[in-house]
Design a protein. Structure first.
Length: 401
């Protein structure tokens, strides 16, 4: 088993630089082509250390889990034993937290534990679908196939997270610049003009008086304002950490036009994609729903779907149970119904996930396209208003003079 570094481009033209193990160069080419990658270069490393100088980070990223699952898949597909597979993978994990967990999992495997049982000991790192899918793979003898499904799911999630970060980066930068400008104006510019206005001794226009008053309050009671903001933020965070607070905020957000539809589409995409992968891996519908509902990241959505799971246990068809939640649009119900009739549940759920994933992508693109100009307009209005407020008295005094 050799260790390679490679450069390739995906279907969207994005450059990918990564490392992996493969029996030989030809097998690696086949694996990369299977993932629809255009290979630019492949180089065999003399040693892992030469190719991969690790700088460990503490936090576990989705990319870390995706690479971990991908390495397991490739090695197991090529006949490497599970213990040897973990020995190899341990040498290239980038997350310190994940590295510690994987070392412990390897020890459990050496002691005779199953991979599913070993992974289930770390629920904060590996979501429940990991254990459920791996257990099904171990039972059916199709562990590499199941891990391949995990890789596909994690890569899809990672791609969604990257899109979200990239979409909001520019608007957040603009908004931060606007806030910084306002702070400088309040603490530096307004006091200068206030001193200048005081020399004239004339009455200030209402708008200017309001700005000067706000500036004085913030400057004179700066620490009170900061402490109040910190306390308010702490109380809000505390409230949002409770199930009641989360559910109350989610219900309010679900009722907001456009935003509510977006959040529902996001929950539907996550639930359908996870459920589809679990069913494809051979897990029962009830067990699969129990694991899939935890990936929606919405307590309100999870409660409704869990009610549907209980009804399915009682014999109700999946389509009818989901319909009664009032969370699934007619199209999603119809696709699930088709899956029931054809027996192709996983295929139809993948279609549901794709459809609502496209809606999420389109909504995010439109939103961020509009958000940039809106933030710029906000900056222009606020900063322009501050400038006008400061110069109004000067114009007034010049007119009177």
């Amino acid at each position: 088993m050799a260790y390679y570094t490679y450069k390739a481009r995906d279907k969207k033209g994005k450059l990918i630089t990564s490392q992996t193990f493969a029996p030989n160069k030809q097998e690696l080419i086949k694996l990369l082509q299977k993932d629809d990658l255009l290979i630019l270069s492949i180089k065999e490393a003399a040693s892992i250390e030469e190719a991969y100088h690790r700088k460990l980070h503490k936090k576990i990223l989705t990319r870390d889990l995706s690479l971990f699952a991908k390495e397991l898949t490739i090695l197991l597909e090529n006949g490497v034993s599970i213990i040897e597979t973990f020995e190899i993978v341990l040498k290239q994990i980038e997350s310190a937290t994940l590295l510690t967990a994987v070392k412990a999992i390897k020890k459990d495997l050496e002691a005779g534990s199953t991979l599913a049982d070993a992974i289930n000991k770390y629920p904060r790192i590996f979501e429940s679908f990991w254990g459920d899918m791996i257990a099904a793979g171990e039972l059916s003898g199709q562990l590499p196939f199941v891990l391949r499904q995990v890789v596909t799911f994690l890569e899809s999630r990672d791609e969604m997270q990257k899109k979200t970060v990239n979409a909001f980066m520019y608007p957040i930068l603009l908004f931060s610049l606007a806030i910084l400008t306002i702070i400088v104006f309040i603490f530096k510019v307004v006091p200068i003009f206030e001193e200048l206005f005081g020399a004239f001794g004339a009455k200030l226009p209402f708008f200017t008086s309001v700005i000067v008053g706000i500036s004085n309050v913030i400057r004179n009671y700066f620490f009170v304002v900061i402490i109040s903001a910190v306390i308010a933020g702490f109380l809000f965070k505390k409230a949002m950490s409770t199930d009641y607070g989360k559910k109350a905020s989610e219900r309010a957000l679900f009722n907001v036009p456009i935003l509510g539809d977006f959040l529902l589409s996001l929950s539907l995409e996550r639930f359908a994609s996870t459920l589809g992968v679990l069913l494809k891996s051979g897990i029962s519908i009830v067990k699969a729903m129990e694991a899939a509902v935890k990936t929606s990241q919405s307590l309100v959505f999870a409660d409704r779907v869990d009610e549907a799971r209980v009804k399915i246990t009682g014999g109700l068809p999946l389509s009818e149970a989901l319909y009664q939640t009032n969370m699934f649009p007619p199209l999603a119900i119809q696709l699930v119904l088709v899956g029931e009739k054809t027996g192709n549940f996983s295929g139809m759920l993948e279609e549901v996930a794709k459809y609502y994933g496209d809606i999420v992508d389109t909504t995010m693109t439109r939103f961020t396209t509009l958000l940039g100009p809106v933030v710029l307009l906000f900056m222009a209005l606020v900063i322009g208003g501050l400038i006008v407020a400061m110069f109004m008295p000067i114009f007034k005094f010049a007119t009177l003079g």
